[in-house]
Design a protein. Structure first.
Length: 133
């Protein structure tokens, strides 16, 4: 569903035009990189505000072909939240002030805490939160 929202959003800029070979995610991303960022921000506000779309982590294309929970990623991995520098940090800080404090030194979080944070941030129902295990 999120991949389709992204394609619908890209179509606003002529970067997606239906189901053709030229519409691979890498081609769409390359086209979107040529669009003026101010225009993207303006269209995004209208696109999301009108209920036409929402942006959440996606998978199912050549960048991330399978669901991240099912992927075999050895070791620690960086997590990207947001679309601008430090946006994810701000979201985490304002949502979970007791864990992500600006005053206290950083601490490692465990898997159970991360599942809680992701479930809360994305308002996942219990059935989806259980899949994060």
């Amino acid at each position: 569903e999120m991949l389709e929202y992204s394609r619908k959003f890209a179509a606003n800029f002529g970067c997606y035009g239906g189901d053709s070979a030229a519409n691979a995610s890498q081609d769409i991303a390359a086209c979107m990189r040529t669009v003026n960022a101010s225009l993207i921000v303006a269209v995004e506000a209208t696109f999301v505000g009108s209920g036409s779309g929402k942006f959440e982590p996606i998978y199912g294309d050549e960048f991330l072909p399978i669901e991240p929970r099912m992927a075999d990623f050895p070791g620690d991995k960086d997590v990207m939240i947001g679309q601008t520098a430090n946006e994810g940090s701000n979201i985490l800080y304002t949502t979970f002030r007791d864990t992500f404090s600006e005053a206290l030194p950083p601490r490692k979080i465990n898997k159970a805490e991360m599942i809680h944070f992701l479930g809360s941030l994305y308002k996942l129902p219990l059935s989806d939160t259980e899949k994060l295990q």
